[in-house]
Design a binder for this molecule. Structure first.
Ligand code: ADP
Length: 316
């Protein structure tokens, strides 16, 4: 296995009775990455994360965490990860300090190191001022920080966060997002969300999941990607000549006299178009890209029937 892959999941499937919650899902998390699982409710995100965290056995498929097979050696594999489930596993009747000491024990931190582990986790999660407070009396935002603190208390390589901002108010959401970004400096993080701007704000890569399958897996582009090219030609050739240029899949004539070329995923034929126009004397007067935002990609891939992004078709 490539050592840079901290999680390597292959062909994971999980059924609940007749429901196929996850089907043939493969996933890698690289060192230093913050990966976002994005998908509508019911897409299979929580089920995937539960399997990666070793809390739910896959119906089929395999998972390695830091090179260790979760099925064969769950304890050693799980020592490398911290997990915050959708319902934070915090005890309202304990203080923050008491709970984190308990969590440190559960994660196998030796007793001599527990106090310093608790101090470090509180510091990382901004919990210093509430250490003596009962968890049940804290705001939802602070309870979530406690949930994150228990996930990092043993300094795992991988942190798995299931919908970490759900139910929080906008200020709390901002704080938790910035906390996650900070975690990313020391840990590799995988988080789930059904909120697109959340993924764009904190993740370097996004996997869109729909109906238990990966339908998109790309770096989060801050830039819109090219989906159409608007082309103005004084002496336009026939559509076949334009479609022969790599990446052009469709040619439409607009009422303005310009052409709209539909572009294959991940292709950008603008340079080739400019060269062909110059070579063939087409009289190029306009050449511009129309972008497709991640939001458009998301809606396109998660509404209606399953559509798989071009870049994944070979793998599907
Ligand atoms: P997400 O986290 O993306 O909202 P889930 O992984 O929770 O999706 O759910 C995926 C599918 O599996 C849904 O159809 C859901 O109803 C079903 N499901 C999840 N957990 C269970 C369960 N314990 N028993 C039966 N069906 C379940």
């Amino acid at each position: 296995m490539d050592n840079a892959n901290l999680i390597e999941a292959r062909e994971l499937s999980r059924r609940y009775g007749m429901t196929h919650a996850v089907s043939g899902l493969s996933l890698t998390l690289r060192k230093g990455e913050i990966l976002g699982l994005l998908g509508p409710n019911g897409a299979g995100k929580s089920t995937t994360l539960k399997m990666l965290a070793g809390c739910l056995a896959p119906s089929s498929g395999s998972i390695r965490i830091n090179g260790i097979d979760v099925g064969e050696n769950p304890k050693a594999a799980k020592a490398n990860l911290g997990y915050l489930p959708e319902q934070p596993p915090v005890y309202p009747e304990l203080t923050v300090d008491e709970y984190l000491r308990y969590a440190a024990g559960l994660h196998g931190v030796p007793s001599a190191e527990r106090a310093s582990a608790v101090t470090r986790a509180k510091q990382s999660c901004g919990l210093g001022d509430v250490a003596e407070r009962l968890i049940g009396n804290l705001s939802k935002g602070y309870q979530q920080r406690v949930g994150i603190a228990q996930a990092i208390i043993h300094r795992p390589k991988v942190v798995i966060l299931d919908e970490p901002t759900v139910g929080l108010d906008p200020n709390q959401i901002r704080e938790i997002r910035s906390l996650i970004a900070t975690l990313g400096q020391e840990h590799s993080v995988i988080l789930s969300s059904h909120i697109l701007p959340e993924i764009q704000a904190v993740c370097g890569r996004v996997m869109i999941i729909n109906k238990g399958r990966v339908v998109y897996n790309e770096a989060v582009d801050k830039q819109a990607r090219v989906s159409n090219v608007i082309l103005g030609l004084k002496r336009a050739p026939d559509a076949a000549a334009l479609k022969s240029i790599a990446g052009v899949t469709r040619v439409q004539l607009l009422p303005s006299g310009q052409l709209r070329l539909t572009v294959a995923d991940n292709a950008d034929p603008r340079e080739a178009l400019a060269e062909a126009a110059a070579k063939n004397g087409w009289g190029l007067y306009e050449l511009r890209a129309e972008g497709k935002t991640l939001e458009e990609v998301f809606v396109e891939l998660t509404s209606g029937e399953i559509t798989i992004h071009e870049s994944l078709k070979d793998a599907a």
